[in-house]
Design a protein around this ligand. Structure first.
Ligand code: PLP
Length: 375
């Protein structure tokens, strides 16, 4: 059975060119980057070249780029460091963040290290910026604002400049989980008012377990993993050399082909919207799919019926991979905290379809035909 993979917001297939760039570091280039002889010097150079390449693409300084194990570690670090090292006693976030953020702020709240406020989310899934300003104005305490750039379940995009400028006005720290947008949008960090961003290679055809934390040069946090002096004393532990090389290569490929590939993916998303409207009665869309939305993500609500209740499982039996929400809720329809925050209709089955450069409109046709029999 040929499978159709429409769950690229969960993870993406590795690009063969990324694998080719990584392989030498899984084979002969195995030296410890901290070793002073040639094997070590070669892997050190590969890491520092990767850092320079990533920094150039994001328009940041190489000293602002830290390689981590992924988006989860990066967001945990930025949020925790803001509280412990930068004096933030108040955190503003939203109820539709990824659990890497929500569970971290909950942990800090439970330990009384910070008080957490949730900004309102509008019915179309966008952050209520007026409410954000009210929350910022309502506290004297140093505040961290942590809001994601693109939501991984519904695709809504938050304006980093709008949020960052509000943060500037109230002297707040701003972290953005940009895991769904690094490698999918152009970034110019020098002109973006943000203190921290998080990224993850496996969301743009790179390897799993390779992430990025950008820390603006004006922000000084303490080392967050103790041990050797790697990552300029900030994150100890022998570096994930092939992961780092894969991160940089994947970002470079994504950037080189951004215009062409984003147009291709966007056209698949729009085509699917059109085909669903034409072929499935009662279908609706969550978020703002034709507006400020990530071109990779389409969140659809299907009318609930005895048949449609097992939708994801039935799709899977036909080789169609989609999800009910983020990867932790996919497969089992336990309900998504994001959909609950914006859509209280219990008679709908939400399904996230998310696309990559490897998908085609023909695949959309196959999926829509199948959906016609399952709703
Ligand atoms: N943030 C968002 C928005 C995500 O989609 C993900 C991916 O699952 C993460 C954070 C976590 O990233 P990682 O899997 O690299 O830890």
């Amino acid at each position: 059975m040929t499978r159709i993979y429409f769950d690229n917001a969960a993870t993406t297939a590795i690009d063969p060119q990324v694998l080719d760039a990584m392989l030498p570091f899984l084979q002969n280039g195995f030296g410890n980057p901290s070793s002073i002889y040639s094997f070590g010097r070669e892997t050190r150079l590969a890491i520092e070249n990767s850092r320079k390449s990533v920094a150039k693409i994001l328009n940041a300084h190489p000293a602002e780029i830290f390689f981590t194990s992924g988006g989860t570690e990066s967001s945990n670090t930025a949020i925790t460091a803001s509280v412990r090292d930068l004096g933030c006693k108040h955190i503003i976030t939203s109820p539709i963040e990824h659990h890497a953020t929500l569970h971290t702020v909950e942990y800090l709240d439970n330990r009384d290290e910070a008080k957490v406020s949730f900004v309102n989310v509008l019915p179309n899934g966008h952050i209520d910026l007026e409410h954000l300003e009210q929350l910022l104005a309502s506290t004297e305490e140093k505040t961290l604002v942590t809001l994601m750039h693109a939501n991984n379940e519904i695709g809504n995009i938050t304006d980093l400049h709008a949020v960052g400028n509000l943060c500037k006005m109230y002297n707040a720290i701003f972290h953005s989980d940009t895991v769904q947008t690094i490698g999918h949008f152009p970034f110019d960090l020098r002109s973006t008012p943000v203190h921290f961003i998080s990224g993850s290679a496996h969301k743009f055809h790179g390897p799993k377990g390779a992430g990025l934390l950008y820390i603006n040069e004006n922000v000084h946090i303490k080392p967050y993993i103790h041990g050797g002096g790697q990552e300029r004393n900030m994150r100890a532990g022998t570096e994930n050399v092939y992961g780092i090389v894969g991160f940089a290569k994947a970002l470079q490929i994504a950037t080189d082909k951004l215009e062409e590939e984003s147009a291709h993916i966007q056209s698949i998303k729009y085509y699917m919207i059109e085909q669903l409207k034409k072929n499935i009665k009662g279908v609706s869309f969550n978020g703002d799919p034709m507006g400020r939305s990530n071109y990779t993500v389409l969140n659809v609500s299907f009318p609930k019926s005895e048949k449609s209740e097992m939708l994801l499982m039935n799709l899977d039996m036909d080789g169609i991979c989609a999800s009910g929400g983020s990867a932790c809720t996919s497969g089992a329809q336990q309900g998504s905290h994001v959909i609950r925050a914006i859509n209280s209709n219990p008679n709908q089955i939400p399904v996230r379809f998310s696309f990559s450069k490897f998908n085609t409109k023909e695949e959309v046709d196959v999926v829509v035909e199948k959906l016609k029999t399952l709703i």
